[in-house]
Design a protein. Sequence first.
Length: 116
Amino acid sequence: MVLRHWGTNVKDQHDAIDYIYNTAPVYGQAKGRVAELEAYKHSLRAIMMSKSKETTIGGQEKEALASLEYQNLCKAIGEATETAETLKWRLESAKMRFESYKVEQYNNRQIDKMVK
């Protein structure tokens, strides 16, 4: 997945709102992917344990957790979490920029009132 970087130069408040609106579905998909992988983690562990030739539960679990499939899943969870967190904080940044714009506009109105 390619993440679109939102530039630091805000032209107007609509840039922040548009970014939040356009990025929200991508963020939702990223969070869904993390949840899906986390849920599958338990299934994969059970699948790998059932394939084990070990006779004890502890031995089966040890073999399952050491499997390449389980390690790859853990890596995928890490990558999906990274994507979701990056999107989350970019969305938070856009919100902060919009809030900053609102404060700036309020301050400008207060200054205009004082000058008049």
